[in-house]
Design a protein around this ligand. Structure first.
Ligand SMILES: O=c1ccn([C@H]2C[C@H](O)[C@@H](COP(=O)(O)O)O2)c(=O)[nH]1
Length: 163
């Protein structure tokens, strides 16, 4: 994972958004943590993994990818708020298999743990588990990065268009 590059891109986007909305002096941690939880819900909804009452399939891969990288945006953004982007680190994650619903619940729990502790260790565990969720959704590391680059660009365009 090209974490350094992704953090740089995220930092530039966040600064752009904060300047535009005059939020340079605001503490955005809680709002970004809630935004991440909301994105997780949107992603789960698109997979439909928990909808035992429905026979409709998951949304197509491009939709899943876009929702997934919205979450990556907020995880990176929260890491920047905490100053973790200045650290030299890598995430040790491997493709996993298992139950998707259980994995979503695990990530929700890790967001909650991290937002209370704000510790680097809990941040790493959250990031690792989120990337593993991506692998469970059939997303490769290259696809994650490519989709992140594309959505990052879209986020600039949205700001330009008074989204
Ligand atoms: O400070 C911010 C605020 C928003 N976003 C991005 C992350 C998601 O890709 C997108 C979420 O937008 P909605 O579609 O949920 O409105 O905005 C950031 O990267 N940084």
């Amino acid at each position: 994972m090209q974490l350094k590059k992704l953090f740089q891109m995220q930092k530039a986007l966040d600064s752009h958004i904060e300047e535009k909305h005059q939020l340079q002096n605001e503490d955005l941690f809680s709002r970004k943590a809630l935004a991440l939880l909301v994105e997780l819900g949107e992603l789960a909804n698109e997979t439909r993994c928990f909808k035992f009452w429905s026979v409709k399939p998951s949304s197509p891969k491009n939709v899943i990818l876009e929702e997934f990288v919205d979450g990556i945006h907020f995880i990176l953004s929260i890491g920047i708020v905490c100053g973790f982007d200045a650290r030299d680190f890598d995430v040790n994650w491997h493709p996993v298999c298992g139950d998707m619903t259980e994995h979503f619940l695990k990530v929700y729990k890790l967001v909650d743990l991290f937002q209370s502790s704000r510790s680097f260790e809990d941040y790493l565990t959250l990031l690792q588990s989120y990337l593993e969720l991506g692998s469970l959704l059939g997303i490769t590391q290259e696809e994650m990065e490519q989709a992140y680059f594309e959505k990052n660009e879209v986020n600039y365009q949205r700001q330009q268009n008074n989204y």
